[in-house]
Design a protein around this ligand. Structure first.
Ligand code: ADP
Length: 497
């Protein structure tokens, strides 16, 4: 009988379900987008019911597309958009408010107040996070403070909070299990990443009742079963991780020092620091990667806001190209950047610069500058930004990079990958399967049920598509980096009064 792991990839714009076989092949995949709700500038919501229904529908469609029955599914793994906050009434099963999405900035004032009260260090030490509206804690507080009758429900023990993994699991198990895994818990501002427990002191500061929080489970392990009413027979749910951590596991960055970068709209770099939680001195986040076999694995994380989105701008704003992929050919029309540098600080700069007032610039333009130079400078800017985060990680950990594993839409760009290898002076490894978020969830679930015996076996499954070796000489590299940093400094503080 053919056997698969069903991976549920609950993303920010779509729900996707993928069936992986034992060799890690994608045997079936279905995806449905759901509504992005923008009630006012800076606010972003999702309908939790739509999240649940699109996820369930894609799972059923992915199975029926290849005639797979529940008997063929050895386990379900979940990877999910992180930090997005859902609160529901456990008696009715109905959410008390829309999901408040990670991008939502409505709690910025709350965060400012917490900083003024001097809490930043405490949160940093206990949660590994920077006080920011991005994380779940203040979004949850906002719902408790602003939705009528919710605190009463909590007092009656009829309220539950969770990220979308919790919401899906609760629904999949027919309301039996209210759980989240350690990687998701570590993005809430409420979880002590050193003790592996919800933190009473932090809960008190945010005035959040502990009884609404999910039970925290390992990232790999059977936490319950999807009810027979959904798929015909019960199927174990055996793996959960936040999307970036899942992608790190999917790329098998399972040993200390290994790093993955996802090249999507933005970039997410995660470096495995093993069983040690490294506190960053360079404004990176310390986060739990996963807890597998009772061992908690930590990562340093740095994000770049604009990466593939800069390519979208060249396509839609400048209209130099019709498709994102065409930027590679355009960039290859010129032998170098011709002294042109672009800093895509369209929404400020993320790690490690953290400048919300920075704005995008293109510098070094002369009469000889062409579309191709700007295309090239755009791709180079993605690699330069990644290089800055890698440098910050190096300063924090004292360990340089030996190899970078990649995924995400823009990693298909060979020019970008070669330039990345050159600028980092290290090997870039691109795997054949680029659905690493889903694959990571599948690995976590499959390991728990013995579908894969060990991570050693997974090493046989992970296949490399292409290795990019650094070819650039040090003088050229240093010269490029020097000019890049000069350009960054020109972009900084631009929008400040
Ligand atoms: P996300 O998950 O953030 O939506 P994806 O991983 O799907 O992103 O990647 C899409 C991004 O990658 C887009 O911003 C797009 O501009 C960029 N992209 C896609 N293909 C290429 C390519 N061949 N070269 C450069 N950028 C690309």
């Amino acid at each position: 009988m053919k056997q698969y792991v069903l991976a549920l990839d609950q993303g920010t714009t779509s729900s996707r379900s993928i069936l992986f076989d034992h060799d890690g092949n994608i045997c079936s995949s279905k995806q449905l987008e759901f509504t992005q709700i923008f009630p006012a500038p800076g606010l972003v919501e999702h309908d939790p019911m739509e999240i649940w229904l699109t996820q369930l529908t894609t799972a059923k469609l992915a199975m029926s597309a290849i005639g797979a029955q529940a008997q063929n599914i050895v386990a379900i793994g979940i990877a999910n958009q992180r930090e997005t906050t859902i609160v529901w009434n456990t008696e009715t099963g109905i959410p008390v408010y829309n999901a408040i999405v990670w991008q939502d900035r409505r709690t910025s004032d709350m965060i400012d107040l917490l900083k003024q009260q001097g809490h930043a260090d405490l949160f940093r030490r206990k949660t590994g996070l920077i006080l920011d509206a991005y994380f779940s804690g203040t979004k949850l507080k906002w719902i408790l403070d602003n939705v009528a009758g919710v605190r009463e429900l909590a007092a009656e023990g009829k309220l539950a909070f969770g990220t979308s993994d919790s919401w899906l699991t609760w629904n999949l198990t027919n309301r039996r299990e209210h759980v989240t895994d350690e990687s998701n818990a570590s993005r809430t501002l409420l979880f002590n990443i050193h003790t592996g427990k919800w933190d009473e002191e932090l809960l008190k500061i945010l005035d959040i009742p502990a009884n609404i929080l999910p039970r925290v489970v390992p990232s790999s392990g059977v936490i319950g079963e999807a009810s027979s009413g959904l798929f015909g027979i019960r199927v174990p749910i055996a793996g959960i991780a936040g999307d970036q951590q899942a992608a790190t596991f999917g790329n098998l960055c399972i040993r200390p020092g290994m790093v993955k970068n996802t090249y999507g709209t933005g970039c997410f770099l995660l470096k495995n620091t093993g069983t040690k939680a490294l506190e960053s001195k360079n404004n990176l986040l310390t986060t739990i990667g996963w807890n597998v076999n009772g061992e908690r694995n930590y990562c340093l994380e740095g994000s770049v806001f604009i990466a593939g989105a800069a390519v979208q701008w060249v396509r839609d704003g400048l209209k130099f190209i019709d498709e994102a992929a065409e930027i590679e050919e355009l960039a290859n029309h010129v032998k170098d950047n011709g002294g042109v540098y672009m800093v895509p600080a369209f929404a400020g700069l993320g790690a490690p610069h953290w400048d919300q007032y920075a704005r995008g610039i293109i510098v070094g333009i002369t009469r000889g500058t062409s579309q191709a130079h700007i295309a090239r400078a755009t791709l180079e800017s993605i690699a330069f930004q990644v290089s800055d985060v890698v440098q910050a990680m190096k300063s924090d950990s004292g360990i340089g990079l030996t190899a970078l594993r990649v995924d995400g839409g823009a990693c298909k760009n060979n020019f970008l990958m070669q330039f990345q290898a050159d600028i980092l002076d290290c090997v870039v490894e691109r795997p054949t399967c680029l659905e690493l978020t889903a694959l990571g969830a599948a690995y976590l679930a499959g390991l728990a049920v013995g579908f894969w015996k060990s991570t050693d076996e997974l090493e046989q499954v992970w296949k490399v598509d292409r290795i990019f070796e650094p070819k650039m000489d040090a003088t050229t590299r240093n010269d490029l980096l020097e000019h890049w940093h000069k350009a960054v400094s020109r972009s900084q503080g631009w929008a400040k009064e």
